[in-house]
Design a protein around this ligand. Sequence first.
Ligand SMILES: Cc1ncc(COP(=O)(O)O)c(C=O)c1O
Length: 381
Amino acid sequence: MTTTDPDTFDAGHPVEDRYSPPACGELDEIAAAMADGRLSGGAPILPVYEQALAAWFGTRRAVAVSSGTSALHAALIAAGVRPGDEVILPATAPLPTAMPILTRGATPVIVDIAPGALALDPASVSAKITGRTRAAITLPLWGYPADDHAAADILAAAGIPVIEDACQAHGTKIRGRYAGTIGLAGCFSTHDRKLLSTGEGGFVLTDDGKLADRIDYYTHLGHLKGDVHGTNYKLAAPLAAIGLRRLQRLSSQLRQRQANAARILAALEPDGAVSELGYGPSDAPNYYTLVLTTTSPDTARSLAASLAATGLPPDSLRYGYRPLYHQPLFASYAAPCPAAEILAATTLQFPVHPGLSPASLQWVTDRIASISQGHAGRRQQ
Ligand SMILES: Cc1ncc(COP(=O)(O)O)c(C=O)c1O
């Protein structure tokens, strides 16, 4: 069902978690690309799209690629990660953050997050650096700021570059800077669920011109010059056309998501059973999802079950979110990560995208507010 039209809103069905933005001239842009006749990743619209991305985020370079996965894989290679090297990443990472490390033949080294935050835990990072550590990945999960400055200082002192997996974090601000523009390279996805969506697609941002060239060559088969190895991770022209148009609406989408989140948050009881996941005064989530935390895993479990029963399953339940090493593929890299375990067990994620009609948003707000009040009341009795 669609949640964009109040008349079709049906409280018996879950709220759609994927956002389909209204048409904003994408077909005109695709038609222009088709009139040019070149539809491959070598078409003239690609540099136009890349320049628009770099301008929006304020970086020197952007390289458009076929997915967030290829962005991460290419960034790891361009950062000098070789087979057998180690790459640090947080236990909060979902599978798509970690898979490219295996694709490179490198070893994922899972570290904990700082308690109550999404940032890499500095002590955990210090303890895991070895002579084989070649890169670290940071992750503003769910579009919430991961303020990694403490771990970044430790990594910088050891000469280890930081790659940001900003695939969910278009427009997220960390200490006043956009996620994906802080480390050596920022990797983004433009998959259908993301704030900037081209169906499939991605891009890498960086201020390092040489790194951008290496990523560009790697993702374009070495531009067929025959001197460097590469693969075909190019973004096709019609997808770049969609991205170019939709980028113009990214700022207004961010504002709408913030307003929707604020509406739900205003309905929550202060000191109640749930509150928003914390972030710093110069930080801002992009509200890829609204993330609420609870006082205990038991409260989270029972809230999630109550909300699911009313047709509003949190994303954590819908997608079975858990720390990376609980996935069989990464079980052999497990390390104790108590803070990540607590985060996974006490957070609930909800859609606040602009596709929610006023009726849907009210319904979501009422469900969350009344169920969390019910839990708070029961706890006080
Ligand atoms: C955090 C994160 N990293 C990486 C990816 C991979 O992006 P893509 O699906 O475009 O390959 C995703 C997308 O699901 C993601 O959410």
